[in-house]
Design a protein around this ligand. Structure first.
Ligand SMILES: *Cc1c(COP(=O)(O)O)cnc(C)c1O
Length: 393
C-alpha cells in the first residue's frame, strides 16, 4: 500500500506489524524459526511464503521485516534487505550481482573495507575493477563502457567529504546499461535523494546514524523488488549475512528520531565549521555546507545540507592533532560516526592507516587531519571543548 506520509510520519509508523495483542511498541520476535500447523502448511510455505509468513530468521523475521519496510519507504524504493553489518550490505550488493569476467567502475575514495571488497575480493573472483576520481565526471565517462555491469561510489567520501554527482554518474552508467550502487552513509537517508537522483541500489551501514547511539552493527540494501528479492535475497539468505531481529528492533526505535537527530547534528556541524574557520589554530576546514566549499552548490542540490561531519586540519601536523585530541573533554576519541556523542577521529593513524603515503596524499589525508562526527550535545559546549583543546584560553 502506498501512503502519502511524510518522512517523520514514516519514521514513526511505517512498516509496523502488530500481533493479535495489539501491542503499541514494535515487538521483538526473538525466534529463529516458525511453527507450521500441519505438514501440508510447511510444504506450502516452502513453495511460496505469503506476505506475513516466515520460514527462518536468516531468510526473514517479522521484526526485521518491519525495519526493511520502514527504511524502504524512507528511501523511496520498493523493497530492502537488512544485513548483519554495513559491509555485509556492500559486499552482498556487489557479490550477488557480478560474475567472473564482469567489469565494475568505482570511485577511488572509499571506506577501507569497501576498498578491500573492490580491490581484493571482486578481483580475486575475476571481476575487473576500474577506479576513478569520483568527483570527475570525465573519468567516469572514460571508464564506463557498454560492458560495465555496475558502478559503485560513496555519495560523500570519508574523511574528506568529497561529493559524487549522483545524477551525473547515473546518466553515464545508465547509458551503458550499468547498475548504480550508491553507499550513502555520510549523506544519511534524511539528506539523501539518491534514488530520485538516479541510483538504482542504495546501501547503508545502519551502524551509523540509523542506530544513532553506537550500539549495534547493521546494514541495509534498498532497491527494486526485482533486485532485492531476485538477485540479492538468495545470495544473502544462503551466505548468512542477515540482520539479527534484536538489531532490527533497536533500529526501529532509533528511527523514530532519525530526522530530528540528523537535522540537529547538521545544524551544529554548520555552526562548528563556521567557528573553526575563524580560528588560527585550524588550517583547512572541509564542510560542504560552507559557501566556500568547492562543491557547495552540488551539496545543496543533492542533500540540501552539508551533513553531520566536519573535517579539519589542526595547524602543526600529527603532534598538534594528537595534543588536541588528548585535551578533549566532551568529545570522544573513537572511529564510529553518526552517534549521539561527538567523536573525533585521526584518519591518518587509524581508519586510513593501512593506505600507502602516496594514496593518503592523493586523498588529502594529511597528518593534522581530524574527522569530527558531530553529535547531539549542546553546540556551545562542543565549541568550548574544541576551543580549550586547541589551547584557545
Ligand atoms: C561504516 C561504513 C561502512 C561499513 O559499515 P559497518 O556497519 O561498519 O560494516 C561502509 N561504508 C561507509 C561509507 C561507512 O562509513
Amino acid at each position: 500500500m502506498t501512503k502519502d506520509w511524510k518522512t517523520r510520519t514514516q519514521l514513526v509508523h511505517e512498516g509496523t506489524r502488530r500481533s493479535q495483542y495489539g501491542e503499541m511498541a514494535e515487538a521483538i520476535f526473538l525466534t529463529q524459526g516458525f511453527v507450521y500447523p500441519t505438514a501440508e502448511a510447511a510444504e506450502e510455505r516452502f513453495i511460496k511464503a505469503g506476505e506475513d509468513e516466515f520460514i527462518y530468521a536468516r531468510y526473514g523475521n517479522p521484526t526485521t521485516r518491519m525495519f526493511e519496510e520502514r527504511i524502504a519507504a524512507l528511501e523511496g524504493t520498493d523493497d530492502a534487505f537488512a544485513t548483519a553489518s554495513g559491509m555485509a550490505a556492500v559486499s552482498g550488493a556487489l557479490m550477488s550481482l557480478v560474475r567472473a569476467g564482469d567489469h565494475v567502475v568505482s570511485a577511488r575514495a572509499l571506506f577501507g573495507s569497501c576498498l578491500y571488497v573492490l580491490e581484493e575480493v571482486l578481483q580475486k573472483f575475476g571481476v575487473r575493477v576500474t577506479f576513478v576520481d569520483g568527483a570527475d565526471l570525465d573519468q567516469w565517462r572514460a571508464a564506463v563502457t557498454p560492458g560495465t555491469k555496475a558502478v559503485f561510489f560513496e555519495s560523500m567520501s570519508n574523511p574528506t567529504l568529497e561529493l559524487v554527482d549522483i545524477r551525473g554518474v547515473s546518466e553515464i552508467a545508465h547509458k551503458a546499461g550499468a547498475l548504480v550502487i550508491c553507499d550513502n552513509v555520510f549523506a544519511t537517508p534524511i539528506f539523501s535523494r539518491a534514488v530520485e537522483q538516479g541510483a538504482d541500489v542504495v546501501v547503508y551501514s545502519t551502524t551509523k546514524h540509523i542506530d544513532g547511539q553506537g550500539r549495534a552493527l547493521g546494514g541495509v540494501v534498498c532497491g527494486t523488488k526485482e533486485f532485492v528479492r531476485k538477485t540479492l535475497e538468495p545470495y544473502m539468505k544462503h551466505t548468512g549475512g542477515s540482520m539479527s531481529p534484536f538489531t532490527a528492533w533497536m533500529h526501529l526505535n532509533g528511527m523514530a528520531t532519525l530526522d530530528l537527530r540528523c537535522r540537529a547534528m547538521a545544524a551544529s556541524a554548520l555552526r562548528i565549521a563556521e567557528v573553526l574557520s575563524g580560528w588560527s589554530q585550524v588550517g583547512r576546514v572541509i564542510y560542504p555546507g560552507l559557501a566556500v566549499h568547492p562543491q557547495h552548490d552540488l551539496a545543496m542540490t543533492q542533500m540540501g545540507s552539508g551533513g553531520t561531519i566536519v573535517t579539519f586540519d589542526v595547524a602543526g601536523g600529527k603532534e598538534a592533532a594528537f595534543r588536541f585530541m588528548n585535551a578533549l573533554g566532551i568529545v570522544k576519541i573513537s572511529n564510529n560516526l553518526g552517534d549521539a556523542k561527538t567523536i573525533a577521529t585521526h584518519p591518518a593513524t587509524t581508519t586510513h592507516q593501512r593506505l600507502p603515503q602516496e594514496q593518503k596524499d592523493a586523498l588529502g589525508i594529511t597528518p593534522g587531519l581530524i574527522r569530527l562526527s558531530v553529535g547531539l550535545e549542546d553546540v556551545d559546549d562542543l565549541i568550548a571543548d574544541l576551543g580549550q583543546a586547541l589551547g584557545r584560553n
